[in-house]
Design a protein around this ligand. Structure first.
Ligand code: NAD
Length: 423
């Protein structure tokens, strides 16, 4: 199939590479000239496990361009442009509507336009109105991939939702995936349901994270351990263990903006999503609460404390720092300098963190001579701390609970604190 993917970002690139690996002829279009230059030189300009390697294998099926007219042969056009958060919490739809205007002159009869961008209920109706053609079908096809696992999720998705009343369009998209993905995972709904499935899923997962963080706060007051509580809860198959890791709150380009957009659109329809509102507020407050905790420990040690922060990305496996709690926490640590390190997110963070921060070359440079080490992203690399010998008194604040407690408690010169244990 001839496929065009509009937007070469965290969603567009894995999608384009994945579809090209199925043998399709894929063109990926982006309007960012700098990004395009890198892509056309053969480099994937973001970090996603295995993506560069996959691109090397399938590059004869995939081209990158900024020239929209190349979509004239495409039978399927996938919209994967950003829908960032506006100041009022709603989804900013300027890019999706601009992309719709951009493709409009080149659409051939019978083309399917599938929206993978996360868009509020009714956005695909508006895309259809802008295109204004009875021979073009607009489908909602929300994306559920997780950054850091994008290819794994592309090739083994939990589900593919195809939101359309047009059975022919559904069958064409299904045929694209069904040789590779079990048929029972491919579901047709109407467009509004498909749009809402995405928001409801993200809001549910965000709420689960916020819930365990609240339980974690209670654990800290009553001498319970949130890790044990989560393990015990998670064994209940109705609950499940995933997304029950207490920590510093969720971030990233999806949960914050999607919970806000859902709250906003529900209000527009006169519906109060109290649970979602409480999650948004609680998660926002959490990063400042964590910064205050760190400030308290630093003040106990003194103004000459050497402070090391491990982790800048919003989670492990990515270089993405959008709405990263680590970035906000660092901005709210009242100390200078703060030594920071992240295995992948240093370049992006240098644009965001300018004051009070020293970016170290290596993990070892970051923790060297530290009085306090704070873990803010759950990179497995930081488990190396379990093997480090500390020759001066060091406070380790493991705010992602990634280190093996029994090892850390035995370490000479180390005071080890985790999230969700008696303070
Ligand atoms: N990142 C994720 O993990 C994830 C997961 C599921 C869904 N989503 C959703 O997918 C959408 C894309 O997210 P992303 O993280 O890939 O965004 P991104 O910012 O990484 O990529 C978007 C790309 O679109 C390009 N673009 C914008 N307007 C364009 C136009 N008119 N023509 C051509 N290119 C254009 C930008 O230059 C950019 O490269 C969002 O709606 C997001 O909510 C993201």
């Amino acid at each position: 199939m001839h496929i065009a993917v509009i937007g070469s970002g965290y969603v567009g690139l894995p999608t384009a590479c994945g579809l090209a690996s199925f043998g399709n002829d894929v063109v990926c279009i982006d309007n960012n000239p700098e990004k395009l230059k890198v892509l056309q030189s053969g480099t994937i300009p973001l970090y996603e496990d295995g993506l560069q390697e996959l691109y090397e294998k399938i590059k004869s099926n995939l081209t990158f361009t900024g020239d929209m007219s190349v979509i004239k042969d495409a039978e399927l056009i996938i919209l994967a442009v950003g829908t960032p958060m506006s100041d009022d919490g709603s989804a900013n739809l300027e890019y999706i509507y601009q992309a719709t205007q951009d493709i409009k002159p080149y659409l051939k009869s019978g083309t399917i336009v599938a929206t993978k961008s996360t868009v509020p209920i009714g956005t695909n109706d508006e895309i259809e109105r802008i295109i204004n053609r009875t021979d073009v079908t607009v489908v909602s096809m929300p994306e559920f991939l997780r950054e850091g696992y994008a290819l794994q999720d592309f090739f083994n998705p939990d589900r593919i939702i195809i939101g359309t009343d047009n059975v022919d369009a559904y069958n064409k998209i299904k045929a694209l995936y069904s040789p590779h993905i079990p048929a029972e995972k491919i579901i047709r709904t109407n467009r509004h349901s498909a749009e809402l499935i995405k928001y409801a899923s993200n809001a549910f997962l965000a709420t689960k994270i916020h819930f365990i963080n609240e339980i974690s706060d209670l654990c800290e007051q009553i001498d319970a351990d949130v890790a044990d509580v989560a393990a015990g809860m998670g064994l209940d198959s109705r609950i499940g263990r995933k997304f029950l890791n207490a920590g510093i709150g969720y971030g990233g380009s999806c949960f914050p903006k999607d919970t806000n957009a859902l709250e906003y659109m529900a209000k527009q329809h006169g519906v109060n999503l109290g649970l979602v509102s409480s999650t948004i507020k609680g998660n926002h407050d959490r990063r400042f609460n964590i910064a205050n905790r760190i400030n308290k420990y630093i003040s106990e040690i003194g103004s000459d404390a050497r402070v090391a922060v491990l982790g800048l990305a919003f989670k492990n496996g990515t270089d993405d720092i959008r709405y990263s709690p680590a970035i906000d926490i660092i901005k709210n640590i009242c100390h200078t300098p703060i030594y920071v390190y992240d295995p992948r997110a240093m370049a992006n963070s240098k644009k965001e963190l300018k004051e009070n921060v020293i970016f170290t070359e290596t993990f070892a440079d970051c923790i060297k001579d530290a009085d306090i080490i704070v873990i803010l992203t759950e990179w497995p690399d930081f488990k190396e701390l379990e093997n480090v010998e500390f020759n001066k008194k060091t406070l380790i604040l493991d705010y992602r609970n990634i280190l093996e407690e029994s090892k850390m408690r035995k370490k000479a010169n180390v005071e080890y604190k985790r999230i969700g244990q008696k303070l």
